[in-house]
Structures are given as structure tokens and as C-alpha cells.
Design a binder for this molecule. Sequence first.
Ligand SMILES: Cc1cc2nc3c(=O)[nH]c(=O)nc-3n(C[C@H](O)[C@H](O)[C@H](O)COP(=O)(O)OP(=O)(O)OC[C@H]3O[C@@H](n4cnc5c(N)ncnc54)[C@H](O)[C@@H]3O)c2cc1C
Length: 424
Amino acid sequence: MGELVSSYYQFNAGSTNYPKLQGTQDTDVCILGGGFTGLSSALHLAQAGMKVVLLEANRIGFGASGRNGGQIVNSYSRDVDHITARYGQAAGDAMAAMMFEGGEIIRQLIEQYQIDCDYVPGGAFVAMNAKQMQHLEAQQRLWQQHGNQQLTLLDRNALADIVSSDRYVGGLSDGLSGHIQPLKLAQGEARAIQSLGGQIFEQSPVTRVVRGKTLQIHTTQGSVNSRYLVVGANAYLSHVLPELSKRNMPCGTQIITTEVLGEARCRELLPANYCVEDCNYLLDYYRTTADHRLLYGGGVVYGARDPADIERLIRPKLEATFPSLKGVKIDFSWTGNFLLTLSRLPEFGRLDNNIYYMQGYSGHGVTCTHLAGKVAAEALTGQAGRFDVFAKLPHLPLLGGRALQIPFTALGAAYYNLRDKLGI
Ligand SMILES: Cc1cc2nc3c(=O)[nH]c(=O)nc-3n(C[C@H](O)[C@H](O)[C@H](O)COP(=O)(O)OP(=O)(O)OC[C@H]3O[C@@H](n4cnc5c(N)ncnc54)[C@H](O)[C@@H]3O)c2cc1C
């Protein structure tokens, strides 16, 4: 059991303090994991009148949800043209109908529950070369065709209104994107769940699940009897459900945050206050914070834990993008894990018909986790259609299982790094 990672977010938001589960609870749905997947599931279920108990091993937002770049990125890690080509028109159309909904859910929850999480609308993808620019042109056509009319293609000059950096040949801005302080959003969602009568327990790791018509979900000091279990533990799931944890690759990505730069300097770097991510496979992503720091993430490195190592990895990327920040003081460095599937599409499904799981957002999970919770809640209240659109996407298990995950990740990172360098 751990406290929150020492990050800018933790410094800025503090941490929650829900009780440990002790004794036995009876509920309709037990939720494992206090990240966006678990929180969105619990919140949508509580809104539908279900009795919910959420169990978090550490603190709300301990995992990727309280550590990420805070970028609201639409669609999925593989876009819907790929889904259509690979899995057919019906699957592509059904996924396309939901591709902007995750961001909409976030905006709606912020509004409905008055969650103060520093939300700022607007984001941009930036291209390092002509090939990436062609990709953005195709993305604009695709996303417009599916209803996003807030996209603007930017040449090098126009991009200067969004990012002051010489690194890019152009970009694509998305008014339906934006950024948030993710830990504050997670904590606000937890408060909303509680306001609807949902129960939240922290420092209560699920250690054993006894399967059956009524599930018995055991933690270190208590247990929950429940009709259903929703698992939202993503890259942080331990051995408790090995069928789920052995399938995919946990990958690490790192973020650094500068000292306070002041508003004027922040607006020199990012005049529109949009969040930005580049189009590389091992992408850089950055934005400024409400208290006017630059928050910069990048790379995929498994196992980097030491803040000095993290700064050594990410500082050169930050300085390459913004040379005027050479030597800037870094106040915070941290790492977090996300879960990569071989298909790079999220993996939703059921075990024994009463255990639901959603995981493997492959790096872009802020929006899809929120959609995941909504469609899981629909499925548990009798409308499984949209959950099953995801559940039917085929997934290859990771051959070799967990033993091969770390070497695979390192190998994959090296391969993608080479592709980025060669511009292919
Ligand atoms: C550094 C970083 C930057 C990222 N940036 C972005 C971004 O800008 N935009 C974007 O779209 N995506 C981003 N992502 C991905 C995104 O953050 C994740 O896809 C998403 O947050 C996953 O949410 P989750 O709820 O499924 O899992 P998590 O947030 O990881 O939560 C899982 C939770 O389950 C708990 N848990 C595990 N085992 C147990 C157990 N046995 N019992 C009880 N609880 C348990 C953990 O403690 C944890 O709190 C980033 C990821 C990282 C790591």
C-alpha cells in the first residue's frame, strides 16, 4: 500500500483520506481501482441508482489517473479508419459513434459536480515532418467526417500562435481537446460518488476474489459481497486476477514540471494555453499549469523511478522544444505506468459474466476511461450494446506472459525510437 507519488499534482491537490475497509459490506457492484476507469464506473452506476463500493489499494488517483499529462485526447490509440479496415465497417462505425464522447463526459461531470480541476479547452497535435503532416490532414478529414467541426489545420506560421518552437512543420488544433489537473478531477469524481451515496475505501487492496453467483471480494482487513465486480486497475493490477494482468505490457512514461515561470513567460511558450502532443510513436506531450509552470512528459521507459534519472531523460526533450528554457529549474519529476495492448486498442470484457474489466488504453486513456465507466454502467443496468462493441474487438494475448513484458517494452521502445529518428 502506498501514498500518492510525489508529483506536481500531489503538491497542488494534496491527497484524499477515505477510510480502510474493515468488516463486511454488501453491495450491488464492487469496483476495484480508484483511477478514472473505476471512478467513472462508480459514478455512472451511482447515478443509475446502484449501490456501489469502490476499493482502492492506495489513494484515489494513485495510478496513471493521478499522474498523467492531463491531456484530453479524442478518439482511441488506433483511429477508427484502422478499426474499420481491420475489424469491419460495423465495428468502425460503432466505435466512431463514441470517439468524442469521453471528452464530453469529462466536461459534463466538471459542470454537473462543479469540479475545480483547472480545465482549459483546446489542444494541438504537432508534426515533426511532412509525413506526420499528411497524417494530420487525414486525421482532420476522418474526425470531421465523424462530427468534430472544431479542427483547424495549421501551417508553420499559424502554429506559432499555439506553440513557439522551431521544431515543427505544422499541426492540427482541436477545440474539443483541452487539459485538466487530473488528480483534482479524480478527487472531484470521488466526492461526486460519495454525494450520491457510494462508498469509497482507500488503502484497501483487493487480495482475493472468490467467484460465484455472489462474489466475495477480500481486502487485507475486510470483504465485500457483491453481485458484480468492475476491475479498473490497468497497469497497476497485481496478481489478484492473473488472467487480466498477464495479457498486456505495462509501460512507463515520465513527466517533469518546471519552477513557476510566470504567466507572461508561459504565454510566450504556449500563447493559446493549449496542450500539445507531437506525432512521434514515443511522443512528447506538454502544457502549462494553472500556476504557470511548464509540465513536460515524454518517452516510454520501463523502470525509471529515481527523480534524477527522470530529469536526465526528459530535460533534453524540453530544452529541444523550448531552447529559451535551457537550465530552467525542475521542481517535480515522476513516472507512471500505462498499459499497452498488442492491438493498441482498449480491452474490455467479462470473466464469468459477473466480473467486468476495462483496461489497456495504450497511452490515451483520459477520455476512454470515462467512456469505459459509462458503457460498463450501461451494461450492468441492462444495456450492454455499447460495452459489447468494445468487448468484441479481438485481442491477442501477449505470448510469453508477464516474464517477457519488461524486455518487450524495452525492445518496443528501441524500435519506435528508431522509426521516429528515421521519420518512417
Ligand atoms: C505519466 C503518464 C502520462 C499520461 N498522459 C496521458 C494524457 O495526457 N492523456 C491521456 O489520454 N492519457 C494519458 N495517460 C494514460 C492515462 O493516464 C491512463 O490510460 C488512465 O489514467 C488509466 O486509468 P485507470 O483508471 O484505468 O488506471 P489507473 O489510473 O492506473 O488506476 C488503477 C488503480 O487501481 C488500483 N489498484 C491496483 N490493484 C488494486 C487492487 N488489488 N485493489 C484495489 N486497487 C487496486 C491502483 O492503486 C490504481 O489507483 C498517461 C499515463 C501516464 C502514466
